[in-house]
Design a protein around this ligand. Structure first.
Ligand SMILES: *Cc1c(COP(=O)(O)O)cnc(C)c1O
Length: 640
């Protein structure tokens, strides 16, 4: 669906005057819909005065000019919720001009405001107000009132005599284009509207261009891509890439909007960072709120409420008693580095400095810094750096293999590092909770710390808040990053169990953990993470993970029957299809699979011969179906 939504600063702000002028100017190009109508019928007015515009019937109409939920209860009728209204969206080729009632914060039902409906349309918004005295304050109040719902107008229209002062102040404070429009001076007829629209055609065109997605934003893609190619070095991308990067101009829920107006489904949650969906309103609002009082402040010898609150939440979810601590950093690799250093230093404090060895698992991935590379040791990614890496063991992911390695190196190993239940970057390889439990038991038997790298699996992705919970184990160190702030800002945390912390808890200053990053515990990122945590606490994620997992089982698991497919794996939000093609990660099948999915409007980035999806929690069943369809299409056209 395309089009835009007309929202008023309040009742009688001039929404209908604007709609009539706009539709008169572009009668052939738009259709009109006012889903909820009270009092005099604007729908009838449009039908009468702009007969060339197709008009869709309102879903609910009350003759009494009061708030819709009140009118509904007086008329003894139910008031439909935003989701019900959305399902009745008229199917139309033409872009819609959707007119709302009252203001954005007018009640829609007894417990929701109209802003929720406006947001669910996912269309640009034009804010209409009167230019009469008080326009600046009214307009700014409306803009700020909409912000918590993730709504920001594309343009402001002031109806009435031009007020350059008001327009200038609104632009200054809200950084938005302001367009003045005057309704016909006398009676409203098709003829007087046509005259007024013609006289103000430039202004009406400005509004139209502000709500046309590709015209609205940023540099033209050719210029952008050209400048990008000359100046930017992208991660995990050759300097002569097979495909140009996607120019992304907006993100919302599971969608990315590209510069050409296309919307693609972000089927891998922007490298596994986005948790609830892009720009979750509560998290974005927490960021805005936090910026009113703080930016970055140092975290050595200073503290702030956001970091403390978040630490309390994180520790509260650990299987330890009191005494654990959270060490903040800003990405998954540093969270792992901190865990490695803590494990070794704790060993030293316990009188075992000879424990200089770490154990990782084959196909494990823990990040791109030197410690993380040493544990992960992927030959393709990190083989080049092999001469620079420190000593670490790579064992097959089995309790017997781990047990044998720890026996062979008795007394030498500081910690075992594992991605619980799913080895992500190594190809979404999965093991069972029973196997995980056996690995942890083996480490315990040999007196070795267990580091759970939950950077990908954390925050519900495998069906439990932390993946390790399913094995009923208690790691000594837990690394969290990607999903921690809901995907809004970079942040990471290394959680240390009480016994690790105790090894540092002495007046001896030489036992300090000498580690820290400039942006440790950035307050804005911590505030985002607290808001994201509260969303998790509300519990809706459990329903979504189950829904998505069941969907994968029904619609992706059957791909196992296709020729060329060697395995299909599903756990929680993750669905992975492994193809029987030679060449591993560098196999150009990866690029072909990616392109095939993009053709179907779905962004996926295969890990070599493993095509997978890990979508945000909010992803609708309709979008899941599009992802599954794209995966099937890609496998059929590239596999076998
Ligand atoms: C992505 C990832 C990392 C590294 O995180 P970055 O933020 O990319 O440095 C570490 N461990 C696991 C399991 C990961 O998936």
């Amino acid at each position: 669906m395309t089009g835009f939504v007309v929202v008023g600063t309040d009742t009688d702000a001039g929404k209908t005057a604007f709609s009539l002028l706009f539709l008169t100017a572009f009668a052939e190009a738009f259709a009109y819909w006012k889903p909820v109508e009270t009092g005099d019928s604007d729908t009838e007015k449009v039908r009468r005065l702009v007969p060339t515009t197709p008009v869709h019937e309102p879903l609910v109409r009350f003759t009494e000019p009061v708030a819709p939920p009140l009118a509904a209860s007086r008329a003894n009728r139910p008031m439909p919720a935003a989701a019900d209204i959305l399902t009745t969206l008229p199917a139309t080729e033409r872009p819609l001009l959707i007119e709302t009632f009252g203001g954005a914060l007018s009640p829609l039902t007894d417990d929701t405001l109209q802003a929720e409906l406006v947001r669910s349309f996912r269309l640009p918004v034009v804010l209409v107000g009167s230019s009469a005295i008080g326009a600046v304050g009214r307009t700014l109040a409306a803009i700020h009132g909409m912000a918590p719902f993730g709504l920001r107008p594309a343009a402001v229209v002031l109806i009435g005599p031009d007020d350059d002062y008001a327009a200038g102040r609104i632009t200054r404070f809200a950084d938005l284009p302001v367009v003045g429009l005057q309704p016909p001076p006398a009676e409203w007829t098709s003829a007087t509207l046509a005259a007024a629209a013609t006289a103000q055609s430039g202004r009406l065109a400005a509004v139209r261009s502000a709500v046309t997605p590709h015209a609205a934003r940023g540099a033209a893609p050719a210029t952008l891509l050209d400048a990008d190619a000359r100046t930017v070095w992208h991660p995990y991308t050759p300097l002569q890439p097979a495909d140009a990067p996607l120019p992304v101009v907006a993100a919302e829920d599971e969608f990315l909007t590209l510069a050409d107006g296309r919307r693609v489904i972000d089927g891998i949650s922007s490298w596994w960072t986005v948790l609830h969906g892009h720009r979750p309103p509560a998290v974005m609002q927490a960021v805005r709120d936090a910026t009113h009082t703080l930016d970055h402040v140092l975290f050595a010898g200073a503290t702030h409420p956001h970091a403390v609150e978040l630490a309390g939440h994180l520790l509260g979810s650990m299987p330890w008693g009191p005494g654990g601590r959270v060490f903040y950093s800003d990405n998954g690799s540093t969270a792992v580095e901190v865990a490695l250093k803590l494990a070794y230093q704790a060993s030293c404090h316990r009188g075992e400095p000879q424990r200089t060895l770490f154990v990782g698992f084959e196909n494990g991935y823990h990040g791109d810094t030197f410690g993380a590379m040493s544990i992960g040791r992927d030959p393709l990614f990190f083989g080049r750096f092999e001469p620079l890496l420190f000593r670490a063991l790579q064992v097959p992911l089995s309790a017997a293999a781990l047990d044998a390695a720890l026996a062979r190196h008795a007394g030498e190993v500081a910690a075992v590092v594992i991605e619980p239940l799913v080895q992500g970057a190594g190809g979404m390889r999965m093991h069972t909770p029973v196997e995980l439990r056996a690995l942890s038991d083996a480490a315990r038997r040999h007196g070795v710390y267990v580091i759970a790298d939950e950077v990908m699996t954390g925050f519900g992705r495998t069906g439990s808040l932390w993946a390790f919970e399913q094995a009923d184990i208690a790691p000594d160190l837990v690394c969290a990053a990607k999903g921690i702030s809901g995907g809004v800002l970079p942040l990471a945390a290394t959680l240390a169990a009480p016994d690790v912390v105790a090894a540092f808890d002495t007046p001896d200053r030489s036992r300090t953990f000498f580690h820290g990053h400039s942006f440790t515990a950035n307050p804005i990122a911590c505030a985002a993470a607290v808001a994201s945590w509260r969303l998790l606490e509300a519990g809706r994620w459990r329903v979504d993970v189950r829904r998505i997992e069941a969907f994968w089982e029904q619609h992706v698991s059957p791909l196992a029957a296709l020729p060329g497919v060697t395995d299909v794996r599903v756990r929680g939000l993750i669905a992975a299809v492994e193809l029987d093609v030679p060449g591993g990660y560098l196999a150009d099948v990866g690029g072909r699979l990616r392109r095939a999915c993009l053709d179907r409007g779905v962004l996926l980035r295969p890990l070599g011969n493993v095509l997978y999806s890990l979508p945000p929690l909010c992803t609708s069943n309709e979008s899941l179906a599009r992802i599954a369809d794209a995966m099937g299409h890609a496998v059929r056209s590239c596999g076998g």
